[in-house]
Design a protein around this ligand. Structure first.
Ligand code: GCU
Length: 665
């Protein structure tokens, strides 16, 4: 086996089998139903030593079976992707209105068996919270991956699109956790990626998207806004130029007829050097709508990113604030985007830091489709060399009350369509995969990919529940294993936060590759990411008396953040400039808190290592050793973080640690 199966490992389980497992009946030959049949056969034979027989012929009344039944008239009951598992006499029924529902129901049955959940407890109707559950791969056509920490791309190599058995295993893996849309190429569309929308690539894209289709996944591509120029067709990409609109119309006609199962396009425009409508004095709505008109006849969608800010800032200008830019750029355009456009909004106003407030754009735009973007790849959270289980962070974001209206105002409500009744909404996440045999480089990082899928399907699942499911499916159902790995995962995000940048300040990383501590790395730079530490105080005043960022929130979030006394302490330095002697709720000074948390974070990693050691012999030895190696590296690196940060503040302030611990660099 060249690559591993992660949570589709299907270990042998001691499960009360039923004669129904011997026979799978399906009333439809829809490609997704056929995948479901295949998956059930694979899973049941591996876990239970049963080789089921499948047929699309109605079974005899006495024949017990798993019945996969599409009920096309039950769309209201099940939705486009929901399903029901029911026991009918001795039969196990998976009912849905679509093939996708049957597939998700089958994966759910397999997941339940793998985790030894009795059949009766698996019964019921299940539907996804977020309609769109996307993965964004930042894969380049030369095979490299932007911010990739798990090897090279399995989608591209030497400017070719790869379609092989790994593609299918990828589709199986992500479909099993509910992913229904995948963008295969980097949002930064350069070099050959510009030509993905030309006939050179249509055959391979067609093969890829057909593989995806059988697993309920729509193919999306990242698009170059300047394609008419970059493909040497026109001299402008101005959305108001009729030639440009007709060029796009023809282009979309061409690609949608050549590539089936294409969902649409993702666009990063006027951001970090990418081209966009600003060059022609047009707005983002003008740009997005031009593309939306071109894809509309084919049912396509345009996903337009809101990661737009000035990356040429002057650090001396204290009035400009990068955190404000998403809202400032997009809020005035609310109501101007066509129905098949969705705005993709990063979870925080900056850029995937270990702690940021929720972007004030989420929920604020009442007449615009919205997608929440999170980052599974651990760009700023340890690059898969550190364990950092991100599900608890995403849960907090989803549960956040925006106060955009009296009820149904949480981010989860906004992106599931409950708030404003829209259909085109959901979640997107930057994937953490690559062609390493274990897909994610770090074995424990696969928990984030798994967790993203499960959480975007059901925002009410707890982080612990997701962790325990993932551990059982991947490693073992042994309670000691589940407990130890779960404890490691659950403590990992807080630990990482403690030994890196404090209290929401973020950054403090080495510029460019973003790994390892460098307190002033981005200070005095053009990217607009400052902590402004001096010998007395640290933090950026983003209150109404400062940059005014807090005003972008609805009341009472605005007041809560605006007042230093009510601001949640984990975000204190994001919103306020605070003196090192400031007393926190714990009774400690700000500076002592910084010292203490940095020591604590390192101790947490030590504890994680001893927990990992406690399961030696209970899981696969290779996985055990390679994870231990990463954990040992994490400990060393956490100590480096601790020492760099503590030393920086000691040197700035001259104030010693109250406990007299050694502060060195
Ligand atoms: C971050 C990241 C870039 C990426 C960008 C984006 O800035 O460092 O590599 O291109 O986000 O989300 O577009």
């Amino acid at each position: 086996m060249e690559w591993e199966q992660c949570w589709l490992n299907y270990h042998k389980v001691d499960y009360k089998t039923s004669p129904a497992f011997q026979h799978i009946y399906h009333n439809s030959d829809d490609c997704r139903v056929l995948s479901a049949v295949q998956e059930l056969k694979t899973g049941l034979s591996a876990m239970l030593d049963i080789t089921p027989f499948s047929s699309n012929q109605q079974p005899e009344r006495t024949q017990q079976s798993i019945q996969l039944v599409i009920l096309t008239d039950q769309l209201d009951r099940y939705g486009l992707e929901g399903y029901e598992i029911a026991l009918d006499g001795n039969n196990i029924k998976i009912l849905a209105a679509t093939g996708a529902g049957i597939l998700y129901g089958s994966f759910s049955l397999l997941r339940g068996i793998a985790a030894s959940v009795p059949l009766e407890q698996l019964c019921g109707i299940d539907q996804p919270s977020a309609p769109l559950r996307m993965l964004n791969h930042w894969d380049n056509l030369d095979g490299s991956i932007e911010r990739g920490y798990a090897g090279n791309s399995f989608f591209f190599q030497d400017s070719n699109v790869l379609v092989n058995s790994r593609t299918r295993d990828y589709a199986r893996l992500v479909s099993s956790i509910g992913i229904d849309a995948v963008v295969i190429n980097n949002v930064n569309v350069v070099n050959d990626a510009i030509s993905l929308v030309t006939p050179r690539y249509y055959d391979s894209l067609k093969k890829l998207s057909t593989t995806f289709e059988a697993y309920g996944i729509k193919l999306f591509l990242s698009l170059d806004f300047s394609a008419p120029i970059d493909l040497n067709a026109l001299e402008t990409a101005d959305p108001f130029d009729e030639k440009v609109q007709s060029w796009w119309n023809r282009k979309m006609q061409e690609i949608f007829s050549a590539v089936p199962n294409l969902g649409g396009f993702l666009i990063k425009a006027d951001s970090e050097g990418r081209p966009g409508p600003f060059s022609y004095g047009r707005t983002h709505a003008d740009g997005a709508n031009m593309l939306a008109r071109a894809v509309a006849p084919f049912g396509g969608s345009i996903i337009w990113r809101c990661f737009v800010y000035d990356c040429q800032q002057d650090w001396r200008d204290k009035s400009s604030d990068r955190a404000k830019s998403g809202y400032d750029n997009f809020m005035p355009l609310d109501g101007q985007f066509l129905d098949n456009v969705a705005l993709q909004i990063k979870n925080g106003p900056m850029d995937f830091q270990v702690r940021e407030p929720v972007s004030p754009l989420l929920g604020a735009m009442q007449q615009t489709n919205q997608i929440l973007e999170v980052q599974i790849t651990q760009e700023y959270t340890g690059q898969q060399k550190h364990v950092c289980y991100l599900v608890p962070m995403w849960r907090e974001i989803l549960q956040f009350h925006t106060y955009c209206q009296a009820n149904n105002d949480r981010v989860e409500d906004v992106i599931s369509g409950k708030t404003y009744g829209n259909q085109l909404c959901g979640m997107a996440a930057v994937a953490n995969t690559g062609n390493e045999p274990n897909w994610t480089g770090s074995d424990l990082a696969a928990a984030n990919l798994y967790g993203y899928g499960r959480l975007s399907w059901n925002a009410n699942l707890s982080s612990e529940q997701i962790a325990s499911e993932w551990i059982q499916l991947t490693f073992s159902a042994n309670p000691s294993v589940v407990r130890a790995i779960s404890d490691i995962l659950i403590s990992s995000w807080p630990a990482y936060e403690k030994y890196t940048s404090p209290l929401g300040i973020g950054w403090m990383v080495n510029p460019g590759h973003h790994f390892g501590p460098n307190v002033d790395g981005y200070e005095y730079d053009r990217w607009g990411t400052y902590h402004r530490a001096d010998f007395e105080a640290i933090g950026v005043d983003r209150t109404s008396g400062g940059t005014g960022y807090t005003r972008q929130y609805f009341s009472p979030n605005f007041e809560t953040y605006d007042d230093v006394d009510t601001c949640p302490e984990e975000l204190l330095l994001f919103f306020h400039r605070v003196n090192y002697h400031y007393i926190l709720k714990s009774g400690k000074t700000l500076l002592q808190h910084i010292y203490d948390t940095h020591f604590e974070g390192v101790d947490d990693v030590r504890r994680m290592i001893s927990q990992w050691n406690s399961i030696h012999g209970l899981i696969d030895e290779t996985v055990f050793q390679r994870t231990l190696e990463r954990l040992n590296f994490q400990l060393e690196h956490a100590m480096l973080w601790r020492d760099e940060i503590n030393t920086y503040f000691y040197r700035k302030t001259g104030i010693r640690d109250k406990h007299g611990r050694t502060i060195v660099s």
